[in-house]
Design a protein around this ligand. Structure first.
Ligand code: GDP
Length: 289
């Protein structure tokens, strides 16, 4: 998958959200717990203004638990309901309905007082492609629902997914990408596999990812690549130079050599990205609140 950056498609999605917002009681945004800022479309705030909000920190199985805790606190402090989930294994998803009812407690009480107990609560689900939106919805619904089409040019109508007698989800088709203005957003999406890594040279990506891990998770890096010590960050002039040193050190340990005894850093970069994505290296969070 390439970055499907079609302004027209985004405009359609935005229009659909604007049209449907009046039909829902709350908005639930699914984020990648490893990159809660980069996996977020900032326009959602403006498009959904005034609606009670929930944030699902998905992929907690791949994220640093300490980072997830900090992000959960961060969003709670902003008044959002927060749910931590590993949609793939179905961890946390059973708490969704209860969390929605808690978020809307005042409203539901007011309905009950008016005798409107049977009213269905509707929640709009938003999330960038690959964040785990379909997996999450299927787990919450307890069955397979149709996958929302996110290919440009393929128009699919919105989908209401009943969860129980009193709860329905609105699965939003269309593409809602974050803002790529900041280079780090594109890189975070590439590290996590949300976008194909051909947006950037693999070796460059590997250098930056190594530099981040070397700085924030040195012990995990040492353990993963059996390094007794990491090169000094201060000895290198920038992240890319530091990351390159780390790629060399790890590649050497793995025996990735090319002619002349040089380390095959490109191969090491590919391996690093694979191991990062499959959480073989450990659980990491790439952004802090
Ligand atoms: P969508 O494009 O947002 O609907 O994403 P999908 O639901 O199709 O998920 C994309 C991929 O991520 C699939 O291979 C899922 O199995 C996987 N996935 C979804 N949620 C999680 C999660 O919480 N943890 C892990 N490890 N993988 C997940």
């Amino acid at each position: 998958m390439n970055i499907q950056w079609y302004p027209g498609h985004m405009t359609k999605t935005r229009r659909m959200i604007a049209e449907q917002i009046k039909n829902v009681d709350a908005v639930c945004e699914i984020l990648d717990a490893r990159i809660p800022v980069s996996s977020r479309n900032p326009d959602v705030d403006e498009l959904t203004a005034g609606k009670p909000r929930m944030v699902v920190l998905n992929r907690v199985d791949q994220a640093d638990p300490e980072g997830t805790k900090r992000w959960a606190e961060h969003f709670r402090a902003k008044g959002y309901a927060v749910l931590e989930s590993d949609a793939k294994s179905g961890v946390g998803t059973a708490k969704f309905a209860g969390a929605v009812r808690e978020l809307l407690a005042d409203k539901l009480r007011a309905y009950a007082e008016k005798g409107m107990t049977g009213r269905v609560v509707r929640v709009m689900i938003l999330g960038i492609p690959n964040v785990g939106k379909s997996t999450f919805i299927n787990k919450v619904a307890g069955r397979k629902t149709a996958k929302t089409e996110d290919r440009p040019g393929v128009t699919r109508s919105k989908q209401w997914v009943p969860i129980d007698r009193n709860l329905e989800l609105l699965d939003t088709p269309g593409i809602l990408w974050p803002k790529f203005d900041d280079q780090s957003v594109g890189m975070n999406l590439a590290y996590t596999g949300a976008v194909k890594d051909d947006i950037l040279d693999v070796e460059t990506l590997g250098c930056y990812l190594m530099a981040y891990l070397g700085e924030h998770y040195p012990d995990a890096l040492k353990a993963a690549y059996k390094l007794s010590a990491l090169p000094e960050r201060e000895a290198e002039k920038n992240d890319i130079a530091y990351g390159y040193r780390l790629l060399e050190a790890a590649g050497k340990k793995r025996g990735f050599l090319i002619s002349g005894g040089e380390v095959d850093t490109e191969r090491m970069a590919k391996i690093l990205l694979d191991e990062f994505r499959s959480a073989k290296l450990g659980r990491f969070t790439l952004e802090v609140p």
